[in-house]
Design a protein around this ligand. Structure first.
Ligand SMILES: *Cc1c(COP(=O)(O)O)cnc(C)c1O
Length: 484
């Protein structure tokens, strides 16, 4: 096999190989976007059969033509179509065209964000974009941040910072060098009962365990109940436990509900606790003039999770972790002689590895640079506001329809509801709703969500796609009733 067909060597052959591959990939993508069906409907068994009937790692490679033909018929045709208006299950967005183009550049140039000499311009762009985001979220002079693989990594970074800060300021103990203090199994982290599971995962990774996470009940708007939070903290202190942090959710994964962050800040201050804001979902509201006031108080958090691969409609992965006081990046900082010498920084060469849990890291900041520039503030405002408006319209539709029950009025762009049937028992209604979701997926290629609320099975629509409209929602509700 000629090397010029594998890498660029500047030859005519290599240019031709590259163009063929990119054009074939483009054709695959155009084919993928052609259908409005969200999913082919194939079952796990059917997918496994397709995969297993193929030779995975042949002795001799196949031709590019053969490769792309197999890719298209076997794989691309069975990917979920995130641009489809039949796709509304998860916080999983259609990527903007500018974001797709960025991915091509990111992949082809393969910059690595750990050290300046592996990503000179990319490092400067990331630093610049992070500083602009700090201004956007009004975090003040001392703030800093870093791009992450998404909300889970941002939440983990926030909780690492919280733990190390707590131990240093309140226990005079340096976790980085000494490990956990003897009282570690008394540490408690508070988050609402419907918060994202990454807080528990983080507690486990940090050596504190799931039981260190205290689940605070929510009110009927699915927001953290503040008097319960106060009571739980006071009771825990009485019992000799050590409350170290609260994770407030700014847009819960299911309901999009927003915890009362200003009240939580006061409680954290009174108890010398860290406040992390998980705004993986809700962070996009900042670009909507109509709805941005729902983020009031977000800038009071000590650390914030922002995801761009949700409301901001960027391709995966794209998220940022923001820290109110950059001194707390001490938790991830480390110097290696071969990579990021301390003297580099003094000379003005920024090595971002010291702010991240990752070493080799993608140039995801490019997507924000490209997408913000291309459609501007007005473009984002219009798209994001539209999805929140649509959720409200859907809520009005459902709450005026006796066949359905809806859990709560949305604050962002998701709706949790179920079909009712007075002649059926609770369990039968659960089964009915679960079956409707599965039938939509496998028979109609329509992907909607399912979750639990108040102990019962509910359906969920997550409306990140600005192409979605109320006519489509109306049609979906009719389809659901017809299936029942
Ligand atoms: C999606 C989500 C996460 C996890 O983010 P990833 O980007 O999927 O890792 C965390 N918290 C909330 C509230 C989320 O909605």
């Amino acid at each position: 096999m000629k090397q010029s067909s594998i890498f660029f060597d500047g030859s005519k052959d290599s240019i031709k190989e590259f163009e063929t591959a990119i054009n074939s990939a483009r054709d695959s993508i155009l084919n993928y976007f052609k259908t409005d069906r969200a999913y082919s409907g194939k079952t796990p068994e059917e997918l496994k059969e397709i995969i297993e009937n193929d030779v995975f790692f042949p002795e001799d490679g196949v031709s590019a033509k053969e490769l792309f033909s197999q890719l298209n018929s076997n794989i691309v045709s069975n990917l979920v179509n995130t641009v489809s208006t039949d796709y509304m299950a998860h916080l999983h967005c259609p990527p903007m065209i500018s974001s797709i183009a960025s991915e091509v550049i990111i992949g082809a140039t393969n910059q690595s964000m750990d050290s300046w000499d592996q990503a000179p311009m990319s490092t400067e762009i990331e630093v610049y974009v992070v500083n602009e985001l700090i201004k956007l979220y009004n975090l003040g002079e001392k703030a800093d941040g870093v791009f992450t693989s998404g909300g889970s990594q941002s939440n983990l970074t926030g909780l690492f910072a919280a733990r190390d800060w707590y131990c240093k300021t309140n226990l005079n103990h340096d976790v980085k060098y000494l490990g956990l203090p003897p009282s570690y199994n008394k540490f408690r982290i508070y988050t609402s009962s419907i918060a994202h599971f990454s807080t528990e995962k983080s507690a486990h990774l940090m050596g504190l365990g799931y039981n260190a996470v205290r689940k605070v009940p929510v009110d009927d708007r699915q927001k953290m109940n503040i008097s319960s939070l106060k009571e739980m903290i006071n009771q825990d202190i009485k019992n000799g436990l050590i409350p170290i942090a609260v994770v407030a959710t700014i847009g819960t994964t299911d309901f999009g509900s927003i915890d009362p962050i200003k009240d939580i800040r006061i409680i954290c201050d009174n108890n010398k606790m860290w406040l992390h804001a998980d705004a993986a979902f809700g962070s996009g509201l900042i670009l909507s003039h109509k709805y941005r006031d729902r983020l009031d108080g977000l800038n009071l958090a000590d650390s914030i999770t922002v995801d761009f691969h949700k409301m901001f409609m960027q391709s995966i992965s794209c998220g940022v972790f923001l820290l109110k006081d950059q001194a707390n990046f001490e938790t991830t900082s480390l110097y290696a002689d071969y990579l990021n010498r301390e003297e580099d920084e003094e000379e003005g060469y920024t090595n971002l590895v010291g702010k991240s849990l990752q070493t080799t890291r993608r140039f995801d900041a490019l997507k924000i640079w490209m997408s913000f520039k291309l459609i501007g503030k007005e473009g984002f405002d219009e798209l994001i506001t539209k999805t929140v408006d649509l959720a409200l319209e859907t809520y009005n539709l459902l709450s005026n329809n006796r066949d359905f029950e809806v859990v709560t009025k949305p604050e962002i762009s998701s709706i949790v509801f179920r079909l009712l049937d007075k002649n059926k028992s609770d369990i039968e209604v659960d089964n009915l709703n679960a079956k409707i979701r599965k039938t939509l997926l496998l028979k109609k290629g329509v992907v909607i969500g399912q979750t639990k609320a108040n102990g019962r099975v509910f359906l969920k629509l997550t409306m990140l796609n600005p192409l979605l409209n109320i006519e489509r929602i109306n049609r979906l509700l009719r389809e659901i009733k017809a299936l029942a």
